[in-house]
Design a protein around this ligand. Sequence first.
Ligand code: BDP
Length: 327
Amino acid sequence: MPLRRHLLATAASAVLALSVSTPALAQTVLKASDVHPAGYPNVVAIENLGKKLEASSAGRYKLQMFPGGVLGSEKEVVEQTQIGAIQIARISLGILGPVVPDVNVFNMPFVFRDEAHMRAVIDGPVGKEILDKITNSPARLVALGWMDSGSRSLYTKKEIKTPADLKGLKIRVMGNPLFVDTMNAMGGNGITMGHNDTYSALQTGVVDGAENNPPTLFTANHYSTGMKFYTQTTHLIIPEIFVMSKVAWDKMSRDDQANMTKFAREAQMEQRALWDKSVAEYSTKLQAAGVQFKSVDKKPFYDATAPVRAKYGSQYAELIKRIEAVK
Ligand code: BDP
C-alpha cells in the first residue's frame, strides 16, 4: 500500500479505536493537515489551537495533526476539506486562488510593499474581508485565520541578477496560473507542482530552481540539491491561511465555534512570533550550509510583472487602493 494511503488507513483505524475505547465520551476528532514537518511554526500553532479546543470542550473535540504532507498535496487537501474528509487545512493562500478567485488580490507579485505591510493588511479590515469572502463563497470552507510566510525569493544553481538571467530556466511555482504568469513575466518558465514533489524535481533537474522563504528552503531540503544562490527578489509576500471544512463547522455548537474563532486568532499571533524566530534560525543554517543570500535590484522584476498585476488586479482596483493606503 502506498505510504500516503497506508497512513490514511492507520489514521482511520486510530479514530475508530478511539471511539470504541471511550464509549462514554462522544469525541469528534478534527484531522488537520500541513505540508510542513512537525515543529514548523504553522504546525505548532495549529496543534496548540487543538489543545485549547480540547480543553475548552472538556474533550469533546480533539485535533489530530498530520504534518509533512501525508494527507496529500495542498490542492488535494483543499478538495478533501471541501467534502469534509479533512477538517482543518493549513495551506498557502496561493493554492486557494483557483478555488476562490477573490483571494488572488493578495497573491499578486509585489502587491505588498514589504512583510510589515502585509501583516498590517491581514490584521486589519481588508484581511477580515478576504477571510469572509472565502467563508461566504461556494467553496464550503470556513476561513479561520492567517499566518505568516515571509517573502518568496528565487533559488537556483546560478546567480540571478536580472530577469534575463532566468531565460530558459524552469522554475517550480505553486499551482495557480497567476504564479505561472508571474514567473514567465519575470523571465523564467513557471512549472507548477505540489510542494512535496519539488525536492525530487530539483534533484533530478526536472526544474532548475524554485522560489520560497528561508524556512521552507531549509526544512524541505531544497538547498541540498545544489541551490547555492538565494536571490532576494521577494516577489511574492503571500500569507498562509487555515480553513475549516464547512461540514465540520456546521456541526459545532455556537459556543464551540466562538472558541474556535478566538483560538484561531491566538494561533495567528502565536505563529507570527514563532515565524520570526524560524526565519532567523533557518537563514543562519542555510548560510552555514553554503547558500549565498544575494540582494538584487527588484525594480526590473517589479516592472516586468506589471502586466500580471494588470491582468489579475484590474477588477480589484478599489481594494488595491485600500491595500496601498494601509501604513
Ligand atoms: C510554503 C508554504 C506552503 C506551500 C509551499 C509551496 O508554507 O503552504 O505549500 O510554500 O511552495 O512557503 O508549495
